[in-house]
Ligand binder design. Structure first.
Ligand code: HEM
Ligand code: FES
Length: 398
């Protein structure tokens, strides 16, 4: 029976926030993809990079493109920090830890690059941040920045690839496109880094052997130096404000953990397992912190449905379903008492649940859920079967 859970919705804010984070992240990823593809042309020549810059980067350099890009970056970073501040436990997968650390590190590492490329021309309109100019600065004048850029390419790409993969891998289309997409995920940053190095070598050669070219680069540097003091001041203020916001987000996370500690709650599972947790944790977090096996293919993002449980009693002690939960459950065959363990938070007292899928459910349970419909009652789940595959991200970490 398809659940009447469709009618049980609360605020759509949660769903909106998740969608905004996903789509702003995918939009930023598209930008990074074109940028890195452009850089990879350094394997051909410096001229090829700048010639293709006009084509590949044109949409992003237009007024509307720049505005949407800046908006996407702002929305994504804000929601990223908001999500961190709303966490209530330390139950994070290794992939989550990597994604959060890399995401948080990105803005301070990128800000100088962004200001130089996109803001300098607002103060000095004649300044053109061509690849030739920027690569000359990186490879000749400020090699430390060159290494910073290499580092940041890897950070941003790994963060974006994890986000993209954790979304796409749950789609039924994934098995058909994985052989094309996975090589791209690995090849793009490698080719971009090689292009960066090759173009850098060409720049160094020209700086030594081509006097006219050296004059052109010096003129560009002179223009940049006119805006440098203002850019440095902006840089310092933006980075300082950013770290204050990051500190607030992590502090809020710590406070939520601390406050929840004083209010214990209990979960009874099918069979006779019992777990004790803190008020405000999701049922999945309580399972995982107590070492109770529980399928959670999308790592608690509310997308895969594999953590779903039947509520046997105590449902009134749980938070009502979020729109994200309703959306995911409405795509599955569930009963009125089914909830997503990663979304339902236990506020007080006790609840008795039955896990519907076994903990060893793999990614196919999200792609083709009908094949995983339990034939027996949930109380017959046997977790002693094969070794658990807890995450699609463990299958491959791009
Ligand atoms: C500005 C700094 C950034 C911060 C603070 C940040 C933070 C985050 C956080 C916290 C998440 C969610 C992790 C979770 O599920 O708990 C996330 C997801 C994601 N990020 Fe970022 N990120 C940043 C930059 C970027 C950039 C530059 C890109 C693209 C190049 C990107 C692409 C993605 C994608 C595709 C996702 C998956 C979205 C989802 O699952 O809803 N992020 N980011
Ligand atoms: S873990 Fe994927 S929906 Fe709960």
């Amino acid at each position: 029976m398809v659940s009447s859970v469709k009618q049980r919705g609360t605020s759509s804010l949660d769903l909106w926030i998740r969608s905004a984070r996903l789509f702003s992240g995918l939009f930023l990823s598209l930008f990074v993809l074109t940028h890195l593809a452009n850089l990879a042309l350094g394997l051909v020549s410096l001229e090829a990079i700048d010639a293709w810059r006009g084509i590949l980067m044109a949409p992003w350099r237009s007024g509307a493109g720049s505005l949407i890009l800046a908006l996407a970056a702002f929305i994504h970073a804000s929601i990223g920090l908001y999500t961190i501040s709303k966490r209530r436990s330390l139950t994070l997968s290794r992939v989550d830890v990597v994604q959060i650390i890399l995401g948080v590190l990105t803005p301070p590492l990128l800000i100088t690059h962004v200001l130089t490329l996109r803001v300098t021309s607002l103060f000095v309109p004649e300044f053109d941040a061509s690849y030739a100019v920027i690569l000359s600065v990186y490879w000749s004048l400020a090699p430390a920045y060159a290494f910073q850029q290499l580092f940041v390419v890897m950070i941003v790409w790994v963060h974006a690839a994890i986000g993209f993969y954790s979304w796409i891998a749950l789609r039924p289309v994934w098995p058909r496109i994985r052989n094309i997409v996975l090589p791209i995920l690995f090849l793009v940053p490698i080719l971009a880094l090689l292009g960066f190095v090759e173009a850098g070598k060409e720049v160094l050669y020209r700086l030594e052997n081509d006097a006219a070219w050296l004059d052109h680069i010096r003129a560009a540097q002179h223009l940049y130096s006119q805006a440098a003091p203002t850019l440095n001041a902006i840089n310092t203020n933006v980075v300082a404000s950013y770290w204050i916001l990051v500190s607030i987000a992590f502090l809020s996370w710590a406070v939520r953990i601390y406050v929840g500690r004083s209010r214990p709650v209990r979960v009874f599972y099918e069979g006779d397992a019992t777990a004790t947790g803190r008020s405000g944790l999701s049922l999945l977090e309580i399972s995982l912190t107590s070492g109770i096996p529980h399928a959670h293919i999308c790592q608690g993002r509310g997308r895969c449905g594999t953590c779903r449980v039947d509520i046997l009693r105590g449902g009134q002690n749980l938070t009502p379903p979020t729109d994200q939960e309703i959306k995911t459950l409405s795509q599955l065959h569930v009963t009125d008492t089914t909830r997503l363990a990663c979304q339902a938070r236990l506020l007080q007292g006790e609840v008795a649940i039955a896990r519907i899928l076994p903990a060893y459910a793999d990614i196919s349970a999200a792609q083709t859920p009908e094949e995983w419909e339990p034939k027996d009652s949930p109380s017959k789940i046997d977790d002693t079967l094969p070794a658990p595959v807890s995450s699609p991200l463990q299958e491959v970490t791009p």
